[in-house]
Design a protein around this ligand. Structure first.
Ligand SMILES: [Zn+2]
Length: 282
């Protein structure tokens, strides 16, 4: 770290209008350090509005030097030497046009570029990687996943698949989406979303909950697909957004039209044991 000269900092900040971040970079220290020094030296920190007023082009640009700044500087592709329209920092910070970047990348991964492994070498790498998946390793992996509630045990897989299908939505469910969910689903560009069971099918299966309860509209929520994947890979407890008790209460309080409402109520009244199932600790 260079010695921080406060007079110089004052000049950089107030006259050359560099940002604290840019000054920190020059001195090789953190922004916090610079801000502390500035405060000690009585330099007033610009507000956000001031910082963005007037733009930072030409002489206002902190990197302005000899009648030039980064914006005016010309960049050429380092491979084919054509003039680049925009500054492109591609591949290890080198400027390349799109075409040359593509060629460079393909070379990098086919053994004639940076990763210069011979054919035999690559064969060995491949073999050693796949050798990891021994029967013992797979067995151990399955056990761990079963124990953590991520995978359904092998001998229960078939009944689970039937249950899984039975608990699937019987309608599109858009009718029952909340306003926020509809806004999310209809936003542009069209997001990747999924209809998720608040009380998960995994928990429903393990606890022997009739699938008809799980496909009730109160159990449906629209979430992003990424979130859905995250949920699927998480352990049992966090798979559920609500407890079974909350689900049952919500069904009982449901006032809108639903073809299976009567049937659901009948099951809830018959199966008192459902209320005794302990929900995951949420
Ligand atoms: Zn090029």
């Amino acid at each position: 770290m260079k010695k921080i000269d406060l007079v110089k900092v004052k000049e950089l900040y107030e006259i050359r209008k560099l940002t604290a971040k840019e000054i920190a970079k020059k001195y090789g220290c953190s922004i916090t350090t610079i801000l502390h020094r500035m405060k000690a030296a009585g330099i007033r920190v610009r507000s956000n509005a001031e910082a963005h007023a007037g733009g930072k082009s030409g002489e206002n640009n902190g990197n302005y030097k000899h009648g030039n700044c980064v914006k005016d500087k010309k960049f050429y592709c380092i491979d084919c030497k054509i003039l680049l329209k925009a500054t492109r920092y591609r591949n290890d910070g080198k400027n390349r046009c799109l075409k040359c970047a593509g060629i460079y990348r393909s070379k990098k991964y086919t053994g004639s570029g940076i990763y210069n492994h011979t054919l035999e070498r690559r064969k060995i790498i491949g073999l050693k990687s796949s050798a990891k998946f021994t029967p013992e390793f797979k067995e151990r992996f399955r056990k761990t996943c079963e124990r953590n509630g991520i995978w359904v045990p092998l001998d229960q897989l078939e009944p689970y698949e039937i249950y899984f299908r039975e608990a699937e939505w019987i309608e599109s469910m858009f009718k029952y989406a909340t306003e926020t969910e509809l806004a999310f689903v209809n936003s542009k560009p069209r997001p990747k979303f999924a209809r998720d069971h608040k009380y998960s099918r995994y928990s429903g299966f393990i606890n022997n909950v009739p699938p008809i309860l799980l496909r009730h509209p109160v159990n449906c929520q629209f979430i992003t697909r990424a979130e859905n994947t995250r949920k699927a890979l998480s352990n049992k407890c966090s798979k559920d957004s609500i407890t079974l008790q909350e689900l049952i209460t919500a069904i009982q309080e449901f006032k809108r039209e639903w073809p299976e409402q009567g049937e659901c109520m009948k099951i809830i009244n018959q199966r008192e044991d459902l209320l005794l199932i302990k929900g995951g600790d949420l």
